[in-house]
Design a binder for this molecule. Structure first.
Ligand SMILES: C[S@@+](CC[C@H](N)C(=O)[O-])C[C@H]1O[C@@H](n2cnc3c(N)ncnc32)[C@H](O)[C@@H]1O
Length: 225
């Protein structure tokens, strides 16, 4: 089992912001991600979206390009957004020479993408890091074309505090009914929240705590006016 460095918190307050945390771990992220969950997560998200060649997707909280990589392999153009320049720099190194990715530094609540631009929005393991998940969902729906699909993959509600202190998680997963409500309130229809069929696993670097948390996939289609 691989253990990754942890970061200091004092009385529940991190000494480092989320952006700084991801800037610091950017070079290790692919290895970390492989130890947490597998490619089955993105395969499930893509199958629900029903990807069509030549369409355009946004990968929000794209990190070093886990979702983006799968999308460009399927002939989808990607706008990859992340607040961490270091994560985006790692992705650029991997996809050097490819014209299919547009890299943009941006924040969850102010995405640097115009209204109704993309056919799909994906966000894998992003929502539990943002300050306001419902506001982030509304912002992702804003950039979706009418009839476009949003697919979010993230953690079910859990009780592993070390994920907050060591991995900078802001939320300890989510209740599925809450996610469904947020998607519907944001203007999506045919909203579904299901199991991915795989767990996210992590071991604490300063103890014997071991997390194994089920992953949900939430999807919905933007209402055509
Ligand atoms: C757990 S990583 C997941 C990365 C990638 N989606 C993957 O599956 O490997 C979360 C990503 O979300 C980004 N992020 C966290 N909070 C953000 C925010 N408020 N705005 C934009 N990006 C954010 C982080 O910089 C990080 O790259």
């Amino acid at each position: 089992m691989v253990k990754f460095r942890s970061y200091l918190w004092i009385e529940g307050v991190s000494l480092m912001g989320t952006k700084n945390y991801f800037d610091q771990v950017a070079r290790e992220w692919d290895k970390m991600r492989e130890s947490f969950f597998s490619e089955a997560v993105r395969e499930k998200a893509f199958s629900i979206a029903g990807l069509q060649l030549g369409k355009i997707a946004a990968d929000i909280g794209a990190g070093s390009g886990f979702m983006t990589e799968g999308l460009i392999r399927r002939g989808i153009q990607v706008i990859a957004v992340d607040q961490s320049e270091a994560m985006l720099a790692e992705m650029k190194k991997k996809f050097i020479g490819l014209q299919d990715v547009d890299y943009r530094v941006g924040e969850a609540e102010w995405l640097p993408i115009s209204d109704e631009t993309v056919d799909y929005v994906f966000a894998n393991m992003f929502l539990h890091h943002v300050e306001s998940p419902s506001a982030a969902i509304k912002e992702m729906v804003r950039i979706l074309k009418p009839g476009g699909m949003m697919v979010i993959t993230d953690l079910d509600e859990h009780s592993f505090v070390f994920l907050k202190t060591e991995h900078h998680d802001r939320w300890m997963g989510f209740k599925r009914e809450e996610i469904k409500k947020w998607l519907e309130e944001a203007g999506l229809r045919n909203v579904r929240v299901d199991c991915v069929g795989e767990n996210c696993c992590a071991e604490s670097s300063c103890g014997s705590d071991y997390a194994s948390i089920s992953i949900f996939v939430a999807s919905g289609e933007k209402i055509r006016l």
